[in-house]
Write a protein that binds this ligand. Structure first.
Ligand code: NAP
Length: 300
């Protein structure tokens, strides 16, 4: 069976077009321009490329966007002071500190320092708590992107057996919680979470109607581990080499070639979940701007 390819690139473009229109309307009708600051510490190449892509997208959508580049050896205190400054800046509705941070800075302190009402990454415990009890909040961007892909690809989630491989705070745990919430169209599923302590992975992956893989291990899910007709969301981004031109060669956590033979639908890597993550960051920032302006919104 040839699987339908769920293109994050296309869905993402669709959403960005919608956001662009919305930003224009916010400016014209309400005098509101969504503002996003991205804070980069050091020069980790992956972080630099993520932040550059976020800034470029924010700029394309018509945001007020600010980039802060701090040296690798910046003190924790200086970083916290910068966050405080943007917490108080009314032109900024979203604050993103690119992770990971150098070892001498506590990520926990940094996440806690961001005003939860500007926490467009959705990592602050206030937002995590609200997400768990099903209140409006900032939902972390990668899980939010997965939900949006399932919705726009018309995947029947309610009642489905969903298996999530991975239990990180940024992907596995939140996506599992969101999909089991009593909400439609994307929710109301029966969710199982697998991790390195799972005794019999095959038993779980084989019975999944929807399989979401965020293990950070190249091609850990193969065709013999899934059932016919499964919908597969591959979150993994693994650098497995470089082209002669020096570009990274990427693969997912799923062995695309063998799994696509059995799947009803599958996301590719690259071009799957990746572009959705950035798009949902933009959506969170637009929703935040609406919240701060007292307009109807999805986050507060
Ligand atoms: P992480 O923090 O490294 O967590 C990986 C999880 O997978 C852990 O819970 C681990 O179990 C589990 N795991 C690892 N190997 C396994 C195996 N063989 N069988 C079962 N479970 C296994 O990773 P993450 O931050 O969630 O990221 C996962 C992947 O998604 C990475 O490739 C990352 O680059 C990618 N990612 C992509 C995006 C995007 O926008 N596309 C965003 C975020 C992450 P334990 O808890 O037992 O260790």
């Amino acid at each position: 069976m040839g699987a339908k390819i769920i293109s994050g690139k296309e869905i993402s473009q669709e959403i960005r077009n919608e956001l662009k229109k919305e930003v224009q309307e916010l400016k014209e009708k309400h005098g509101v321009t969504p503002g996003l600051v991205t804070i980069l510490v050091g020069e980790n190449p992956a972080s630099v490329s993520y932040v550059t892509a976020k800034q470029r997208t924010a700029h394309d959508l018509g945001f007020h966007s600010v980039q802060e580049n701090l040296p690798e050896d910046v003190s924790e205190e200086n970083l916290l002071n910068l966050i405080k400054k943007y917490n108080e800046d009314p032109s900024i509705h979203g604050i993103l500190v690119q992770l990971p941070l150098p070892k001498h800075i506590s990520e926990q302190k940094v996440i806690y320092a961001i005003d939860p009402r500007k926490d467009v990454d959705g990592f602050h415990p206030v937002n995590v708590g609200k997400m768990v009890i099903g209140e409006p909040c900032f939902i972390p961007c990668t899980p939010a992107g997965i939900l949006e892909m399932l919705a726009r690809a018309d995947v029947e989630v309610s009642g489905a057996e969903v298996v999530v491989v991975g239990r990180s705070n940024i992907v596995g745990k939140p996506v599992a919680i969101l999909l089991m919430q009593k909400r439609k169209p994307v929710g109301n599923a029966t969710v199982t979470v697998c991790h390195t302590g799972t005794r019999d992975m095959l038993f779980h992956t084989k019975r999944a109607d929807i399989l979401i893989v965020a293990a950070g291990r190249p091609k850990v899910i193969t065709g013999d581990m899934v059932k016919e007709g499964v919908v597969v969301i591959d979150v993994g981004v693994n650098r497995i080499g470089t082209t002669p031109e020096g570009k990274a060669i990427l693969c997912g956590d799923v062995d695309f070639d063998s799994v696509k033979e059995k799947a009803a639908a599958i996301t590719p890597v690259p071009g799957g979940v990746g572009p959705m993550t950035i798009t949902m960051l933009m959506k969170n920032t637009v929703e935040s701007a609406k919240m701060w302006a007292g307009l109807p919104n999805e986050v507060g």
